[in-house]
Design a protein around this ligand. Structure first.
Ligand code: NAG
Ligand code: NAG
Ligand code: NAG
Ligand code: NAG
Ligand code: NAG
Ligand code: NAG
Ligand code: NAG
Ligand code: NAG
Ligand code: NAG
Length: 895
């Protein structure tokens, strides 16, 4: 048995294993989604609320009947929604949460106005991501997804782009859809819908659309994986900002009702809980037969157990990312000369990017092209005045702004970075004094450094990137091509549901981009992987002549190809965990031709408390002849959640991996299935022995099903060799009080007094200078379904004592309004308190501390013992006098 400590081996190689504590998706104050028991008129429903709320969005669909509403008095909204929840015919209420456009990397964009034509050979598809997924084989057979409708929920589509059909409406490539929000929508303001989902200002959705269906009339040989499909474009983001889950729920239902055969969304936020309302709606659509693929998330750096919603919904297909086997870069054309001999080169302009007609000699920070921290230290005194040069510096270690600042200190105005990995990225280095930054490939940097070292004079003639010609440079990606992208988020959910489902290429993807932003772009993210999976579903619908979500997911999973774990260019002799890659990289052609079908797409054995070791699945032989199958177990790397027995926060990427595998037995394990017959297989699992269960090992692997017809399928499984219930979700010291103004969350000394605005005036800016609110900061080590924060009086004042009750053994006057918070991801939770409590009253002036309680995973929310607790230091609050006695009385108390 292989046993190696991957984390320590590889940490020596990587200098950057940063801990990540992303913030919870934010909640829109006073906004709620209400789900009705049965259909009713939303305007009448809102009118019945006595003018207290307005209708945000009517959400009356076949699969979801309800509305989102906005209470005018956001301060009293939670009381009012509590009343709504008890009204007859109301099924459920949920807060409106906001989600951002996923953070993705823009490597380069380019305009094709004067591009060099490198058109692929007619009839053969050699696009690298298609070769990786066998999509090219469908092209040879002229299967393009014709007649299949894919609904895309994103930033809209630049359908006027020549490679995206050039029109919108019937007969066009983008034939249906709508704009639910308008350009100016930012997630917090009122959406202004219109019928036109054009994407001119964002780009994300236009890139996604091209991955599915770019037409081949473009200069770079880009072709959509299923270029015969019809697209529906549902625009849910404005030019910048977030989207609320009410809009997402509406968009999904519209895409469903408009007859989409597949719905794809490259959107998400940290969660880890499948109960989130948006995820629940997507699950419902899948249950009605329509496959929904959602990007798994780009939080790979956070390590294991970091699933994102709505990808983490039950039966929702979460798509992980692998890196492209080639590194494409769209470079702007410029020229240089060495001792007077000219040549041209490509660059990616950064920010700032004022490069028009700049013609200057190069000056390099040393001649070592392997220097890991080139230009990170201030330059020596002997450095000449650099105002007449372009400074050449290698990427790495310190930030681009630090490198630029060191150049500026010697007078430089222009900085040219050369990359330390394949390709280029668009750099931002806004440092005072810098007017132009750009990046070139490592190869170009090498050419220049060697020339300078030899004493040659190198002069660079730059061009305005907006006017320069563009060319595509492609190099083989030897570092990570074909392996899991470092950024891809890891599952499973906190309730041990298998996530992600499978992977497709999402790292370093060349596709269409809005005409106004360069027409073509190279982007990275699970956002780019997800549409490839959607396109593959479309090809399979044609090839297998079925649209059923479950059938297609099962066959895609069974035929996907698991890969080994690789980091920083080094591969391990172990398969990457299912929590990272799901079933593996999709192999579309194998999926189209498979005649052996499985009844499931994955198996979870749960944790040891809820261990479900004996499970059944069926194998169907739909071929024309009898097949003899043999079953075996191929273990994937077991990943430790915690670095040691004492730490309670999961390790950041890469989690330590071991070669301790679960053992599986099969009954039967070697058998023949006649043509057209089915057999039930019982699998029995034994978790890996010799692992440290206190460090919460997550084991996984694949059930290999090899047939005498040379079929070779694999079924992913996963389980936790430990108890989720005994995982500490909250350290007893992980709650503190800081000032709402303090972005670094430094705890205030015990006993500090916060002077609050008068009750009811917390959003009145005229009090801002004279007041300061306490901020509750809680660090959740693991996800928690319920987070309470009880306000505990520590003064003996009668006003306070009168209002106190006891909850779970804690004396409390209530929780801050809006709490408890449900379905929390791990990481930092922040709450700025203005004194308002969940019953709508204000806490009397006085001394308090906050008792925080977080429910353990699989805990009983009625059981005090199932919560982890933490307490803040005590602090005092008092209120400024209000404009009238009415307000003053509300916050009266004692000091
Ligand atoms: C360019 O000129 C310098 C100085 O005359 C010389 O040292 C160098 O070798 C020349 N480089 C090339 C490539 O000829
Ligand atoms: C780049 O510029 C060179 C001249 O400097 C020219 O010969 C070449 O055609 C240009 N390429 C593109 C793609 O514009
Ligand atoms: C694991 O067990 C718990 C408790 O029974 C259950 O709530 C959860 O859904 C199970 N997870 C899976 C993937 O079956
Ligand atoms: C699995 O299948 C076997 C044989 O058909 C059956 O006896 C058993 O009850 C099944 N077990 C489960 C957990 O469904
Ligand atoms: C399965 O059974 C067949 C027939 O009994 C035998 O020839 C074959 O070797 C077995 N395969 C395995 C992997 O046990
Ligand atoms: C089953 O097929 C896979 C893939 O071809 C192969 O790696 C594996 O060794 C095979 N297993 C058996 C037991 O033949
Ligand atoms: C405070 O918020 C309420 C509700 O959103 C709003 O009606 C009121 O105008 C706000 N007051 C100020 C001073 O901004
Ligand atoms: C708040 O402070 C700023 C800066 O000191 C000042 O310009 C402003 O007038 C003050 N506002 C109030 C309401 O006191
Ligand atoms: C409150 O009163 C109790 C009993 O009278 C006393 O023990 C305690 O120290 C007092 N606490 C404070 C904070 O004054």
């Amino acid at each position: 048995m292989v046993r190696l400590n991957v984390a320590t081996v590889l940490l020596a190689v990587t200098a950057v294993a940063r801990a990540v504590t992303p913030d919870t998706p934010s909640i829109v104050p006073g906004a709620y989604i209400v789900e009705y028991e049965e259909d009713q008129d939303s305007n009448a429903f809102v009118n019945n609320l006595g003018g207290k709320a307005s209708l945000r969005k009517d959400l009356r669909f076949k699969l979801f009947k309800g509305a989102s509403i906005q209470f005018k008095d956001t301060k009293n909204a939670d009381q009012m929604i509590a009343k709504v929840a008890t009204m007859p015919k109301i099924k459920a209420v949920y807060p409106v949460r906001r989600y951002p456009v996923p953070h993705h990397v823009v490597h380069s964009t380019g305009d094709a106005v004067e591009a060099v034509l490198s058109k692929r050979q007619e009839g053969s598809d050699t696009f690298s991501t298609h070769l990786m997924t066998q999509v090219n084989r469908f092209k040879d057979k002229a299967v393009t997804g014709k007649g299949i409708k894919i609904g895309i929920i994103d930033t809209g589509t630049d359908y006027l782009h020549p490679a995206l059909g050039g029109c919108f409406g019937e007969g066009c490539l983008v034939s249906y859809g709508t704009d639910l929000v308008g350009d100016k929508f930012n997630g917090a303001n009122t959406p202004v819908p219109d019928a036109d989902p054009l994407d001119e200002c964002n780009g994300h959705g236009t890139h996604v659309a091209g991955i599915i269906a770019a037409q081949s009339n473009n200069p770079y040989g880009i072709v959509g994986a299923a270029e015969g499909v019809t697209l529906g474009s549902y625009r849910v983001f404005g030019c910048t900002g977030d989207v609320g889950n009410d809009i997402l729920i509406a968009a999904y239902n519209m895409a469903y009702e408009d007859g989409s055969d597949i719905i794809t969304a490259s959107i998400g936020g940290a969660s880890g809980w499948s109960e989130d309302p948006w995820a629940a709606v997507v699950s419902r659509i899948v249950d009605n037969g329509v496959p929904c693929v959602v990007s798994a998330g780009n939080d790979g750096a956070a390590g294991i157990f970091y699933a994102s919603t709505a990808a983490n919904g039950k039966r929702v297909t979460a798509i992980a990312s692998v890196d492209n086997t080639v590194t494409p870069a769209l470079l702007s054309n410029a020229s240089f000369s060495i001792n007077g001999t000219s040549d041209f080169f490509g660059f990616t302009a950064g920010e700032p990017g004022t490069w028009d007609d700049v013609s200057l000699p190069l000056w390099s920070v040393g001649f070592d092209t392997t220097d890991p921290a080139n230009g990170c230290e201030p330059y020596p005194d002997s450095t000449p005045d650099l105002s007449g040069y372009i400074v050449l510096v290698r990427r790495g270690t310190c930030a681009f702004v630090d490198k630029a600042a060191n150049a500026v200190a010697k007078g430089a105005k222009y900085v040219m970075f050369y990359n330390n990995v394949d390709g280029t990225v668009s750099v931002s280095a806004n440092v005072e004094g810098v007017v132009g930054v750009a990046m070139v490939t490592p190869e170009q940097g090498e050419i220049w450094v060697r020339a300078l070292e030899a004493g040659s004079k190198v002069v660079v003639h730059m061009t305005d990137p907006l006017k320069a010609g563009t060319f595509l440079s492609s190099s083989e990606n030897t570092l990570s091509g074909g392996f899991l992208s470092d950024f891809t988020s890891w599952g499973p959910t906190y309730e041990v549901e298998v996530k992600p489902q499978f992977s497709t290429p999402g790292g370093l993807i060349l596709s269409t981009y809005p005409r106004a932003l360069g027409s073509y772009g190279v982007l990275s993210g699970t956002s780019m992987a997800c549409p490839m999976a959607a396109a593959i579903y479309a090809l399979l619908m044609t090839a297998r002549n079925t649209k059923d979500a479950k059938t297609l997911e099962n066959v895609l999973s069974a035929t996907a190809r698991p890969n080994v774990f690789r980091l920083q260019g080094k591969s391990l002799p172990l398969l990457a965990p299912v929590a990272q890659q799901g079933a593996g990289l999709l192999q579309a052609w194998d999926a189209a031709r498979a005649t052996t079908l499985l009844s499931v797409s994955s198996i979870s054995f749960n944790d040891t408390d809820n261990f479900n070791p004996v499970q059944n699945f069926s194998i169907s032989n739909t071929g024309a002849t009898a097949v003899t199958y043999s079953l075996s177990n191929i273990g994937a790397a077991t990943a430790y959640t915690f670095n040691d027995e004492k730490t309670i926060s999961p390790a950041a990427f890469p989690n330590e991996l071991t070669g301790d595998f679960a053992s599986l037995s099969f009954s039967p394990n070697n058998f023949t299935i006649p043509a057209g017959q089915r057999k039930i297989i019982t699998v029995t699992a034994t978790p890996p022995k010799g692992v440290n269960v206190k460090r919460l090992p997550v084991y996984s692997g694949y059930i290999a099903i090899n047939g005498s017809d040379s079929s070779a399928l694999s079924l992913p499984y996963l389980g936790v060799a430990g108890s989720m219930r005994s995982v500490v979700v909250l350290d007893s010291k992980a709650a503190l009080i800081s000032s709402a103004r303090d972005q670094s969350n430094t705890p205030v000394p015990a006993g500090v007094t916060f002077v609050l605005p008068p009750p009811g005036f917390s959003n009145d800016s005229s009090y801002a200078n004279r007041t300061e609110r306490p901020k509750l900061v809680v660090s959740l080590a693991m996800g928690s379904a319920v987070l309470r924060a009880d306000i505990v009086p520590v003064s003996n004042c009668t006003t306070v004592a009168r209002t106190a009750g006891v909850v779970f053994g804690t004396k409390t006057i209530g929780q801050p309004e809006g709490l408890p918070a449900l379905w929390n991801p791990r990481g930092r939770f922040e709450y700025k308190w203005d004194g308002k409590l969940d019953d709508g009253t204000y806490a009397p002036a006085g001394r308090y501390k906050v008792a925080v309680k977080a429910l353990r995973i699989f805990g009983d929310r009625e059981e005090a013992a199932d919560y982890d607790a933490a307490e803040t230091a005590d602090f005092r609050i008092r209120y400024l006098p209000g404009p009238s006695a009415k307000f003053r009385r509300q916050g009266e108390g004692c000091e």
